[in-house]
Design a protein around this ligand. Structure first.
Ligand SMILES: Nc1ncnc2c1ncn2[C@@H]1O[C@H](COP(=O)(O)OP(=O)(O)O[C@H]2O[C@H](CO)[C@@H](O)[C@H](O)[C@H]2O)[C@@H](O)[C@H]1O
Length: 485
């Protein structure tokens, strides 16, 4: 089998720049796909941490004016990942995060910043990097969506294009007046092009013009074809349903390895969970929770947004407390919700701890020390924290939506008796159902044999990238065959 060359275009990549699960996936896929004879090289924007982490930096091309300023296309590596980097200081050399300033306000020129990235993706796909001709381009989320449009409207030979949706809630919708500045002609502004409800739709362009569309679980792939889950794009997605598929994410089992995790207090493994008690104690101590080994300790690691349903959890906290539970929450996002959670922590000292902010080490410590990980999302394309939970012997308690429905097997009596169950699911995604799930989980926790079975089954579940990587490799190979490659 000869190696298949794939160019990924993405706005985040772990470990250099991450605001959420997108970065984890973009960072883990190249390693996983290398085992499947697919060579994935990723184009990312030259944000400060990306340039600082780039090794073996080489300038491939220079541009005097790339969307309003000079730019360079660089190649190099970071943490073993082969990268292309678009170094355009006028677009990416800024304080703040990848999308917003230090105060959390979206940059006003995000349309230009990510059109510049997508245009470079298209140029590389067309051969602008010497001796590099990818057979497939994989674009991640709206930030890379226009790549498909540039390739389509340029005409001429092009690789196959796969548009991967990690979250349909973020669509990249911008004023039509920008069309010319994005380098697109009026012919592109049609329903079969980039037009989207009278604006320009970056993700829409990808969904309309890519050869294949993937998302990160089969259930989410089905949900986004419905008016309830389609966020305005369901009609288009239904029309392209034969091109759409869902591949469940994995987790990087080197980064998430409880037996060799330098960030946790005590290592443990699937066959010897003894260290978990020390991890629980260390977590309780670090977060000033009562040092009670018998209290069921729930953990949450999440962006705090409507999607994640943490507001429902805030309302269900009296139930959690009344049944003897504790909560360790790490998250950041919605300011009102942050305030509500801090208030709950002040009201229940020793029982509820909330850390606001982004903290990779604490995320690992919560996975290792919590008894259960809560994911009460209103929608969830895949979700990674429930997968990490299974790998770390924490029992996932999840809303029955999207990838959560696909990855956790509910502890219904038969599933528990047969040893198949790995966690607790609840539906509908409402406070009352969440409260029932909390009570069920605490009852299961107090039934030690049942709890051990849940933990053991989760620990045995393969949450690695091995299977998903095979599915991506098949999809890429299939696309190349279809295009006569
Ligand atoms: N405050 C914090 N501190 C430290 N770490 C934190 C953190 N908040 C979140 N994280 C970490 O960020 C990642 C979040 O990934 P998720 O998949 O759960 O959600 P996200 O909605 O960002 O991703 C979107 O893309 C991914 C990838 O496809 C889909 O799984 C998902 O459903 C979709 O919404 C996890 O690795 C988690 O540990």
């Amino acid at each position: 089998m000869s190696r298949l060359e794939v160019l990924a275009v993405a706005s985040e990549v772990f470990p250099l720049v991450k605001t959420g699960g997108l970065a984890d996936v973009v960072g883990a896929l190249p390693k996983a796909l290398a085992r499947e004879e697919v060579r994935l090289r990723t184009l990312v924007p030259g944000y400060r941490p990306v340039l600082a982490g780039l090794e073996g930096r080489k300038v491939i091309r220079r541009f005097d004016d790339w969307f309003g300023g000079p730019a360079e296309l660089l190649s190099g590596e970071a943490d073993g990942l082969p990268l292309f980097v678009l170094d355009a200081p006028h677009l990416y050399d800024r304080d703040g995060g990848p999308y917003a300033d230090a105060q959390g306000r979206d940059f006003g020129d995000n349309a230009i910043r990510f059109a510049a990235l997508a245009r470079m993706g298209a140029n590389i796909a067309q051969g602008c990097a010497p001796r590099y001709r990818p057979a497939v381009v994989q674009t991640h989320d709206w930030q890379a969506g226009l790549t498909a449009a540039y390739l389509h409207f340029d005409g001429g030979p092009r690789p196959g294009v796969v548009c991967t949706i990690h979250n349909l809630a973020f669509q990249g919708q911008f004023d039509r007046a920008l069309l010319g500045r994005l380098g697109l002609g009026p012919e592109a502004f049609t329903p079969d092009g980039v037009e989207y409800y009278g604006d320009i739709g970056f993700l829409k362009a990808g969904v309309r013009l890519a050869d294949r569309i993937t998302t990160v679980s089969p259930t989410y792939a089905a949900e986004i074809c419905t008016p309830q889950g389609g966020m305005g794009m369901d009609g288009l997605l239904r029309g392209r349903a034969d091109r759409l598929s869902g591949i469940v994410n994995g987790v990087d089992t080197d980064v998430w390895d409880p037996a060799a995790d330098p960030l946790i207090a005590a290592p443990f493994s699937a066959t010897d969970l003894a260290g978990r008690a020390a991890d629980k104690a260390a977590l309780q101590e670090r977060l000033h929770l009562d040092c009670d080994p018998g209290a069921p300790l729930f953990g949450v690691v999440s962006r705090l947004s409507w999607q994640k349903g943490v507001d429902l959890l805030a309302q269900a906290l009296p139930t959690l407390i009344a049944h003897g539970g504790q909560l360790a929450l790490l998250g950041s996002g919605d300011a009102a919700l942050e305030g509500e959670l801090l208030h709950a922590a002040r009201t229940h000292p020793g029982r509820i701890a909330c850390v606001l902010g982004y903290d990779e080490a604490l995320a690992h410590q919560i996975q290792a020390g919590a008894d259960a990980i809560l994911v009460p999302s209103r929608f969830e394309p895949c979700g990674l924290t429930q997968l990490c939970a299974m790998r770390y012997g924490a029992v996932p308690v999840v809303a029955r939506v999207g990838g959560l429905a696909d990855t956790v097997i509910d502890a219904a009596p038969m599933a528990l008796a047969s040893g198949a169950a790995t966690g607790v699911q609840f539906a509908p995604v409402e406070v009352a159902a969440l409260e029932i799930a909390l009570r069920r989980t605490i009852a299961l926790y107090r039934d030690r044999p049942a709890w051990s079975r849940l933990q053991a089954q989760g620990l045995q579940t393969d949450v690695s990238w091995a299977r998903p990587a095979k599915l991506y490799a098949e999809l890429f190979a299939d696309l190349v065959r279809e295009r006569g490659g």
